[in-house]
Design a protein around this ligand. Structure first.
Ligand SMILES: Cc1cc2nc3c(=O)[nH]c(=O)nc-3n(C[C@H](O)[C@H](O)[C@H](O)COP(=O)(O)OP(=O)(O)OC[C@H]3O[C@@H](n4cnc5c(N)ncnc54)[C@H](O)[C@@H]3O)c2cc1C
Length: 176
């Protein structure tokens, strides 16, 4: 049986978590998941977060007042998101991936206090679940389009040539 192809544009924190969640939801292993990252490595920004320690979440966070910890022009969307995936879900997810955490006055960090631990945890989990990362693959800004039964991403570059990368589903984060 042909495996369903899922493409995720961008290997930042959100793209990596999306790939991990998609694989966890796909218990039968019927999907092939690919992260398309335009740079030569994923999660670069993560390394700079929380002054190099990565503040994962905050134990005092409340869904009623998400803006206390997250800035957004759309607080309602934030509340909706956090109602679906709470602080405890974040902690559970990292525990499941084998990462230990510590908290300082409610601010949660990896036990190592190194943001690299968070990135390594995400990368190793992707490897374990056999999610492919296509480096140097660039999905165009607004040019994703339905193609046949699936999606084509014009501008995806592989081996230096312009190609149309095809998938059955394609995720890209909202632009803010
Ligand atoms: C200094 C600093 C400190 C921070 N500290 C914290 C913290 O402690 N805790 C916290 O929760 N948040 C923190 N943040 C915020 C956090 O870094 C961001 O919310 C998070 O990294 C956003 O992840 P993302 O995946 O949405 O986007 P990004 O990290 O920006 O990732 C997007 C990825 O997509 C790739 N990409 C973009 N366009 C394309 C394309 N067309 N095709 C293919 N790939 C593409 C990029 O190369 C990149 O790898 C901090 C931010 C900064 C700047």
């Amino acid at each position: 049986m042909r495996r369903r192809e899922i493409g995720i544009i961008g290997g930042g924190a959100s793209g990596l978590m999306a790939a991990i969640s998609a694989a966890q939801a796909d218990s039968s292993g019927s999907c092939k998941i690919t992260v398309l990252e335009k740079k030569d490595r994923v999660g670069k920004k993560l390394l700079a977060t929380g002054n190099g320690k990565c503040n994962l979440t905050n134990l005092s966070f409340s869904v009623e007042n998400p803006q206390q910890y997250y800035r957004s022009q759309n607080p309602e969307a934030l509340s909706g998101l956090f109602a679906q995936f709470e602080v405890q879900d974040t902690l559970k997810q990292f525990r499941r991936m084998g990462m230990l955490v510590m908290d300082r006055n409610g601010y949660v960090y990896p036990l190592s206090q190194q943001a690299a631990t968070v990135l390594d945890t995400l990368r190793f989990t992707l490897e374990e679940q056999e999610t492919e990362v296509g480096y140097g693959l660039c999905g165009g800004e607004n040019n994703r389009f339905p193609k046949g039964a699936g999606y084509g991403i014009p501008g995806a570059r592989r081996w230096g040539r312009l190609a149309v990368w095809e998938a059955d589903s394609c995720l890209r984060k909202h632009s803010r």
